[in-house]
Design a protein around this ligand. Sequence first.
Ligand SMILES: Nc1ncnc2c1ncn2[C@@H]1O[C@H](COP(=O)(O)OP(=O)(O)OP(=O)(O)O)[C@@H](O)[C@H]1O
Length: 252
Amino acid sequence: MTGQTTAHDEAIISARDLGVRFRRNRGSRRSFKDLLSSRARRSRPGEFWALRGVSFEVRAGEAIGVVGRNGQGKSTLLKLVAGVLFPDEGRVRVRAGVAPLIEITGGFVGDLTVRDNVQLAAGLHGLSRRQIADRFDEIIAFAEAEEVVDTPFKHLSSGMKVRVAFSLISQLDEPVLLVDEVLAVGDRAFRAKCYRRIEQLLAEGKTLFLVSHSERDLRRFCSRGLYLDGGRLALDGPIDEVLERYNRDHPA
Ligand SMILES: Nc1ncnc2c1ncn2[C@@H]1O[C@H](COP(=O)(O)OP(=O)(O)OP(=O)(O)O)[C@@H](O)[C@H]1O
């Protein structure tokens, strides 16, 4: 629940009629041929809507769980909110900075050290040199990455990559956090630590999008759920109702 009704009631994110179209056969022989043929391009065989007609509004401080089976558009929706993917239809307006876990993990440069990557990404997310210097040790300490600070990022284990990325996004000042399933790569102790941190960040008033297949985690953090099915927003409501409907539609 969102509590106080103040200026915060204004939507921090508003998505209207979002649609994203992909090609099923992308990367195949055919797509190369399509590239050269304007007629084939027009008919666009094999295209499908990964998301369509998706509209919702989010107020500052809300914690939203995104649920749906594999391939139903959850990551695509997060990418739109992160601004790393543009919709083919509709629009999404985000009135605040966004710290997306997956884009940070994937955006780190393999050949640069952990130190350089953290400093670079923190700078790109608006922290000053001074702020980065002040927070750097804490970022490394939370990730328990002291021993790999000067190691090229590409040599880190997948779990360690996610540790560094999560630790970084939790220290940025961006008001919106996007946390997806990559967090599951962390070991149990680290996940527990992340969850405590997420609770703190929510208490500070951050807005959270959490993509998870864990009902327990969704219930723990989220008051509201978005249920995506076949690229459509099948239900937007209290997380309990959303999970109940999802379980009914797709019993284990
Ligand atoms: N760049 C792309 N090109 C073509 N198809 C894509 C691309 N990105 C995603 N897709 C397809 O779009 C659909 C939605 O994918 P998305 O990753 O958003 O699903 P998801 O709900 O996050 O799934 P999961 O639970 O498995 O992570 C899937 O069919 C996927 O294969």
